[in-house]
Design a protein around this ligand. Structure first.
Ligand code: ZN
Length: 438
């Protein structure tokens, strides 16, 4: 175990500078541009060159990066890696501030399915984007991030909640989640939220129309464990997978493999993906078709390309936690630092089937990486991923995989360092292997 491995520190840094999906995409963009990737706009006509490296952002928080291979796309197909940029949590309401009982609080809505109790007693702050009117009267947007802890959700003392350890902390989503910002003696009150945003940006308060703001945890990522073999951080689901895809794509061997490689990272997975920039929207089909069209392929060639394509849908998996044995399917426990996990569900909540699972197992075994197989308890509803809807839209063979982690959807999740390193190598092999299927 290389506990000081640069890739692991890089993952922690990647998450630290990505406290919202908009920031995550900005982080990905800066890394792509360092490697010569060129921004494309969906509004422009494209003239893609073989060997060219490109990326497209849709609405700031979904991104598709791709390398145009020298090989004919109709024959080689697309090698697609998919993940998501969003994490469940709290989002600021439009009328953000409320003043009651001498306290100024920020009203929030629940985004997706976080473990709400984990948001108590944390050093919370805000990050996202602000939309404003420019000097010339246009609407533009700008990222905003408060670096210092700004907000808090203090727990109720045990003296007022005597059964908290037996019954767990219950938070009413309407009345129990407002975050404390200030007391009334402070500067803020009424509609002064715009002032707060203006102070954190280069804007003045009159310019600011609206915002998309995520509540994030200021605590930085850390290694832990006897040999520092574990990672603790927010948003491991699914920024860890985004980092895997990006690191694998940016390897020299991947960039020069001759394959057409696609790395798609979508917002809105945690709320069902059915949005213009979500995995169930038109983003990926639009971009793949435009790659084919720009390479002077006909519609039939594009459809042949899809038939020759393969997708790895990457999202985190549930590692065994020995304090809760009854939560797991006894024959399908997966363990942290024992290798990437193939997720299988007979009802196709995951896309994995025997052929696509075999392809992934081979990608692992060729480079001596262990793999594991996960099946959820049959009597508990199973989660899902971007895999099924993306694969269904495209008709592309797909497998759902991901690294084992603890406490999925906690504000402080954990996973294994070795798994992360191994997964990057496996995806690198997937991107560069001469052939996947006969
Ligand atoms: Zn996820």
């Amino acid at each position: 175990m290389m506990t000081t491995d640069k890739q692991i520190q890089d993952l922690l840094d990647f998450i630290d500078v990505s406290p919202s999906p908009w920031h995550a995409v900005e982080t990905v963009v800066s890394r792509l541009e360092e490697q010569g990737f060129v921004a494309l706009s969906e509004k422009d006509a494209w003239d893609l060159q073989p060997g060219g490296r490109y990326y497209v952002v849709r609405d700031g928080s979904s991104i598709i990066a791709f390398v145009v291979g020298e090989m004919l796309i109709s024959e080689s197909g697309f090698r697609i890696f998919g993940a998501h940029t969003d994490s469940p949590g709290l989002r600021v309401k439009p009328r953000a501030l409320s003043v009651t009982d001498q306290m100024v609080r920020v009203g929030v809505e629940v985004y997706g399915g976080p473990i709400l109790a984990t948001f108590t007693d944390r050093d919370l702050s805000l990050a996202g984007r602000v939309s404003y009117q420019t000097d010339t009267g246009h609407i533009a947007d700008q990222l905003v991030k408060f670096d210092q802890p700004l907000l808090r959700l203090p727990n109720l003392a045990i003296h007022m909640n005597r059964k908290v350890n037996e019954e767990g902390l219950k938070l009413n989503k309407q009345t129990g989640l407002s975050l404390i910002l200030s007391t009334i003696e402070g500067q803020l009150g009424g509609r002064d939220f715009q002032k707060l945003l203006a102070a954190a940006t280069s804007l003045n308060e009159q310019q600011i129309y609206s915002w998309d703001l995520n509540v994030y945890d200021c605590q930085k990522g850390a290694l832990w464990g006897e040999r520092q073999q574990f990672i603790a951080d927010s948003q491991l689901d699914n920024l860890a997978s985004c980092h895997v895809g990006l690191q694998a794509l940016l390897k020299e061997q991947s960039l020069n493999s001759g394959q057409t490689l696609v790395c798609a990272m979508f917002d809105h997975e945690e709320i069902g993906s059915e949005t213009p920039k979500g995995a169930d929207g038109s983003f990926l089909p639009d971009i793949l078709e435009r790659i084919a069209l720009s390479r002077k392929q006909r519609r039939e060639d594009y459809q042949r390309a899809l038939a020759n394509s393969f997708m790895i849908s990457a999202d985190m998996a549930h590692a065994y936690q020995p304090n809760f044995p009854s939560a797991y399917e006894p024959e399908h426990k997966v363990f942290v630092n024992q290798g990437p996990v193939i997720k299988i569900n007979a009802n196709q909540r995951y896309t994995s089937e025997s052929v696509s699972s075999a392809v992934f197992k081979q990608c692992c075994e060729q480079i001596q990486v262990k793999w594991q197989e996960y099946s959820h308890r049959t009597d508990i509803p199973c989660g899902s991923t971007i895999g099924p809807m993306t694969a269904a839209k495209l008709g592309v063979r797909s497998v759902d995989v991901g690294n084992p982690m603890w406490a999925m959807h906690s504000i402080r999740e954990s996973a294994g360092a070795q798994d992360h390193l191994d997964f990057i190598e496996v995806i690198g092999n997937f991107f560069t292997k001469p052939s996947l299927l006969s």
